[in-house]
Design a protein around this ligand. Structure first.
Ligand code: FAD
Length: 323
């Protein structure tokens, strides 16, 4: 059934996050030949509209207001509800990001709709649109179809490939007026952690360190390899608890959930709570001194050895490939 699908674009530091383009691709599948409408919310976002169109949106609507400069649940839901009222979509797709996870249930409740969260793939099968999502901390997957009402999903970053960018694509860009009022949260200042390099939740390559890294300085060889591969550094909770690195790097059940193309786990034992955040990575390499370490059970490639020897050797070899 052809349907109109709204796709929320996520803006950070004046640019669209990659998950926005992945959501457009999911929206295209969900529209089943209907229309994909990008939605941009912020204080000055219309300049980004064409990029959503280049990645496959048929047109874009924007809601601009200086009160929308920073994300607040009230402000964004008022803006989005104004768009939903004017567009009357049959589908909604957001990224399963911190913003999407906060906003989507709120909108679903307002619309009295269901919500399929954390979708890792979406395809047409047997006349149905089938949404796949991990359950039990990634140990199993469930498949869902929507039989009635709004088709509303959040998609996990790094799982659904964006469509090829086509700069010759054109489409309408229009603004929707929304009254943004009675905000219960006012963001006075955003204090950023001094993070280096690539965003962990969108990284294609992650070099993660555990308690085996032994110190803050022990992360240096991991950082070098990550920077060479244009990747990000992550960590187990063991490393965070030991104060070797910041908690913003923690991957796992109570940290970030990541699905990079390549995950290199260095000195991480592979506790179930860590696996919950990374076991769906496409290729997993584990480096551990203990051949019995649990991490080897999920690894595609295992290296039994001292990470302080193995990681610099890998860096040397990757450097040769880059020459
Ligand atoms: P360890 O288990 O101590 O493993 C260190 C590993 O390093 C060992 O396997 C050792 O053989 C290896 N090693 C040591 N030296 C070297 C060397 N030189 N070279 C190579 N290998 C070496 N954990 C998470 O990671 N993320 C979570 O989100 C999370 N959430 C949790 C939630 C709850 C409710 C609970 C109870 C726990 C949670 N944990 C989480 C903690 C989890 O149970 C483990 O304690 C933690 O993951 C262990 O971290 P680690 O693997 O770095 O440390």
């Amino acid at each position: 059934m052809a349907r109109k699908v709204l796709v929320l674009g996520e803006v950070r530091d004046g640019s669209l996050r990659n998950v926005s383009f992945e959501a457009v691709a999911a929206g295209k599948t969900a529209s089943e030949g209907g229309e994909v409408v990008g939605v941009l919310i912020g204080d000055s976002v219309s300049a980004l509209a064409n990029e959503m169109i280049h990645y496959g949106a048929d047109r874009v609507v924007t809601v601009e207001d200086e009160k929308l400069k920073q994300y607040t649940p009230d402000g964004y839901s008022q803006a989005l509800m104004a768009v939903i009222d004017s567009e009357r979509p049959e589908g909604l797709i957001f990224g399963h990001t911190a913003l999407g996870k906060d906003l989507a249930p709120k909108i679903a409740a307002k619309l009295e709709s269901g919500l399929i969260s954390d979708v890792t793939s979406l395809e047409e099968a047997g006349g149905n649109l089938v949404f796949t999502r991990p359950i039990y901390s990634g140990k199993a997957f469930e498949k869902k179809i929507v039989t009635d009402g709004l088709l509303f999903a959040t998609i996990r970053p790094n799982n659904i490939a964006p469509l090829e960018k086509d700069e010759s694509r054109t489409g309408d860009v229009a603004s929707v007026a929304a009254e943004i009022k009675d905000l219960r949260t006012i963001i006075k200042e955003v204090v950023r952690k001094a993070s280096e390099g690539v965003d962990l939740s969108e990284a294609k390559v992650i070099i993660a360190g555990g308690r085996g890294v032994k110190s803050e300085e022990g992360f240096e060889p991991l950082k070098e390899l990550a920077s060479l591969l244009n990747g990000a550094v992550g960590a187990s909770r063991g490393a965070c608890d030991a104060d070797y690195c910041d908690y913003s790097l923690q991957i796992g059940q109570t940290g970030k959930v990541v699905t990079p193309d390549l995950y290199i786990a260095c000195g991480i034992s592979g506790a179930i709570q860590h696996l919950a955040g990374m076991s769906n990575s496409k290729v997993i390499v584990a480096i551990n001194k203990d051949p019995e370490a649990n991490i080897f059970k999920v690894a595609d490639y295992g290296i039994v050895g001292d990470l302080f020897e193995v990681v610099p050797l890998l860096t040397e070899e990757f450097k040769k490939l880059k020459v």
